[in-house]
Design a protein around this ligand. Structure first.
Ligand SMILES: [Zn+2]
Length: 114
């Protein structure tokens, strides 16, 4: 998939959770992907709010944003050890074995504790 084209499309769907500012391509850092699951970090050019975005990208079925973390969640996650390839593969295997959709899996994970 063309990353740049994906990013532009993706960015048209999200805004800063604090001030509502839209993001430019330069405000986003693609952390990586495993198949259709992408992880990105965003930094707001207006208020410098930072966030992590997990997105499920399906070719042929449009592009769907699964979730955006709050700043608090971001800082909690940032304190964790960096993801390794093993972590990504674990996630991949979890999703492979999971009976529901990726969107459901992400939604359940991310809405816990809110
Ligand atoms: Zn902002």
């Amino acid at each position: 998939m063309n990353n740049d084209r994906f990013l532009r499309r993706f960015l048209s769907h999200i805004k800063c959770s604090r001030c509502g500012q839209t993001f430019e391509v330069g405000d986003v850092n693609v952390l990586g992907n495993q198949d259709e699951l992408w992880f990105l970090s965003v930094s707001c050019p207006m208020c410098h709010n930072q966030g992590l975005v997990a997105a499920v990208i399906r070719d042929g079925k449009g592009r769907q944003v699964a979730t955006e973390l709050t700043e608090r969640e971001f800082h909690q996650i940032r304190r964790l050890a960096p993801l390794t390839m093993d972590d990504v593969l674990d996630m991949h295997n979890f999703l492979k074995a999971y009976g529901g959709t990726l969107r459901e899996a992400m939604g359940q994970e991310m809405t816990e504790g809110r």
